[in-house]
Every structure is written in C-alpha cells, then in structure tokens.
Design a binder for this molecule. Structure first.
Ligand SMILES: NC(=O)c1ccc[n+]([C@@H]2O[C@H](COP(=O)([O-])OP(=O)(O)OC[C@H]3O[C@@H](n4cnc5c(N)ncnc54)[C@H](OP(=O)(O)O)[C@@H]3O)[C@@H](O)[C@H]2O)c1
Length: 360
C-alpha cells in the first residue's frame, strides 16, 4: 500500500516515460481540482510529447481537454497521436462535457490510461464511447505505471469507496516516545529536515485536523511555509470541553486557506471523529492530515481511523507526554504498524511510515 506522498520519499522512476510525465504533472498539482481527482495527461506524436494537461480547479477543464487545447494552440495534427492519461477518461456530462467527446472530435486514434474510475456510476462510460467511435482506448500494461497512478488517485478512490477522506497521521516523538516535554513544550523535537518534510505533506493535503491542546499550548499556524505553495490546508479544530482562544493563529483568515471549521464535544465529552471525517469529505477533501498532540492522535488511532501513519523519531530523551501511557502486556501486542512501507533517516531523525495496526 503506497500513497502518492511516497513520491516525496522516493522520486518516481517509471519505465514508461510518457505516463511517468503525466503522473508528475498531476503530482505537482495535487488536490487543486478537489473534489475531482487531479489528473495528468500528455499527448505523444512520433515518440515526442507534444502537449500537456492537468485538471483545472473545480468547474474548469479536465486534463484531457487541457491537453487537446494545448495541442491545438501548438497546431499539432492529432490524427496520429497517443493520449496518455492517469485516469480513465470520463464519458458523462458533469460540470463539463465528456472527455470522450473531446478526444473523438480531436481525431486522436489511441488512448492509454493508468487506472479505472472508481465511481460506479461513470466507470466504463467513456471507454464505451471511445470504442464505439473506433478509438483504441485501453489501460496501460506497465505494472509500475499502474501502481503510480493508483497511488496518485488513492485518496480520491478511498473517498468514493468509504465516504471518508484518506487519513494520514503525523507524529513526532523522542526515543522514549514523548511527543512533548512535561510542561507541554514540543518545538522542536525533530530536525529542520523533518519539519520541511511535514510542510511538504501539508502542501499535498487539502485539510488538516488539530486539537484543542495543541492550539492552546503551541498556537501553531499550520500553514505551508518551508516549501513553495500558494494554498494552505483548511483547518478542522477539535475544541473539546474547554474552548480555545479564538484569536489563535489557526482561526486567522489568510489568503489561500478556506475558513477554519470548529468541532465541539458531544454528550460523551469528545468530538465524534467519524462525523468529523464525514464533514471533511462533504467539504470536498480526499486527503486529510492529523497534526495533534498525544490525546487526539491516540483517539484517531484507537478508533481505527488512520490509514497511514508517519512517525518521526528524534535522537532525544524527554521523559515527557507520551503517545501511549498504558503498559503493553504482551510482546505480540506491541507492534505499532501492520506493515512498514518506508523507514529511513530524515536529517538526524528516523521516519517510519505505514498503516497502523488496527486499534493500536
Ligand atoms: N510531537 C508532535 O507531533 C506534536 C504535535 C502536536 C502537538 N504536540 C504537543 O502535544 C501537546 C498537546 O497535546 P494534547 O494531547 O494536550 O492535545 P491535542 O491532542 O492536540 O488535543 C486534545 C484535546 O482535544 C479535545 N478533543 C475533542 N474531541 C476529542 C477526541 N475525540 N479525542 C481526543 N481529544 C479530543 C480535548 O479537549 P478537552 O480536554 O478540552 O475536552 C482534548 O483534550 C502540546 O504540548 C503540543 O506541543 C506534539
């Protein structure tokens, strides 16, 4: 299981350079089209890429149409070209006309795509229209390309199939598992390199959940700063029984960030995290990052709501606030991850990435 964020760790190496380029284009624009998937497309003629396209923000053109318009602007004769696109071209009338119509009208004879559209109502429709018009349209046979496209569109697919966004939890701790000193201080446990990595993750998600304790103690901005981005994730704040200072940075209106949403506790004194994720999905987000202290991070883990956990470990000893306080009674219950999909060093820290063990 890999998410597209792994390309921050291991640059894409694809045997198929055309589809690889389409993936790179979409990766660079991650989530700008939410709630639609951000798709990449290139048009190839005589083994050269002659036009490019990425899905425009909601209501704008799909990647295939951007690519076709680019080819027209460059006066490319499209009658002997192949269109490479990361997701199956659509065939339905949504906010924009079907991409299959645009491909047929442009006279493109071949289409290769990365992954099927997970939406049961639209999957296959575009391919049927293309086939009926004599266009040779099929899925690429390169397995590494298919995997890269699956990773690219994983969160979109996850949301369609589960109704919830794909959840990434980021935590940073010392060697003894402390996420903060006992007085609450946690800047900075990890190194500059790890903090830059976290900002790169923020730049790739469109929503971020944080907790009352973190807002009160750290007053974080939760914006993207160490990497280039014009957009900042929308904040969902779990305020709990004691309300946070409304002048905190996360409530500031800043360009490139949608208004912060506030969640307050229900009858059991806790925010209903399933309902919160449902609202995040309804707001159009596919991918959400949890950046909170031990209490809220533990709640998400215990509820089995984390799809991918990025845990940074710094070479420090803090004897402070730990993620898990309860003693583990058997070695068989001690594993944190179901599977480790990345482990390696980031600056002087270690990073472990994987799906957490259910209800750890
Ligand atoms: N190392 C890291 O990765 C990292 C990241 C962020 C923060 N921190 C540090 O963590 C510390 C703050 O941690 P924290 O545990 O106190 O705060 P937190 O996890 O950020 O927020 C927890 C609070 O959120 C509220 N809440 C509402 N619904 C909840 C639910 N379903 N489950 C859990 N909490 C819910 C509760 O407020 P009420 O108690 O008012 O009901 C709870 O106390 C600070 O020292 C900060 O510096 C470390």
């Amino acid at each position: 299981m890999r998410s597209v964020l792994h390309y921050l760790l291991e640059p894409t190496e694809l045997t198929c350079r055309f589809m690889g380029r389409a993936v790179e284009l979409a990766e660079a624009a991650q989530h700008r089209a939410a709630p639609n998937p951000t798709v990449g497309a290139v048009l190839v003629k005589e083994n050269d890429i002659v036009a490019y396209g990425v899905t425009e923000p909601l209501g704008g053109r799909h990647a295939e149409v951007v690519c076709i318009d680019d080819a027209r602007a460059r006066h490319v004769d499209m009658t002997d070209t192949t269109l490479y696109v990361t997701l199956e071209p659509c065939g339905h009338h949504g906010r924009t006309p079907p991409c299959s119509d645009a491909i047929i009208e442009a006279g493109i004879p071949r289409v290769r795509y990365g992954v099927d559209d997970a939406h049961p109502a639209v999957s296959g429709e575009g391919l049927r229209a293309l086939g009926a018009a004599g266009v040779d349209a099929k899925q690429t046979s390169h397995q590494d390309v298919i995997h890269a496209c699956e990773a690219l569109h994983r969160s979109f697919r996850h949301k369609i199939l589960t109704g919830r966004p794909y959840v990434i939890l980021k935590t940073a701790a010392s060697l003894d598992g402390s996420m903060a000193l006992s007085d609450g201080t946690s800047n900075w446990i990890t190194s500059q390199a790890s903090r830059e990595k976290v900002h790169a993750i923020r730049a790739n998600v469109s929503a971020l959940v944080t907790g009352h304790g973190t807002i009160q103690t750290d007053n974080p901005r939760m914006t993207v700063r160490h990497v280039q981005s014009e957009r900042h994730p929308q904040i969902y704040a779990c305020l709990g029984s004691s309300r946070s200072n409304t002048k905190a940075h996360v409530f500031e209106k800043i360009p490139g960030r949608a208004e912060t949403q506030v969640f307050i506790t229900g009858e059991d004194g806790r925010v209903d995290l399933v309902a919160l994720l449902g609202d995040v999905a309804k707001d159009g987000h596919h991918l959400v990052l949890i950046e909170a202290g031990p209490t809220l991070s533990r709640s998400f883990l215990n509820a089995g709501l984390v799809d991918e956990w990025w845990h940074f470990v710094a070479p420090k000893w803090l004897n402070g606030k730990r993620l898990f306080e309860a003693p583990v009674l058997a070695m068989s219950a001690s594993s944190c991850f179901d599977d480790i999909i990345f482990n390696g060093s980031v600056g002087r820290d270690m990073l472990f990435v994987g799906p957490p063990r259910e209800r750890c």
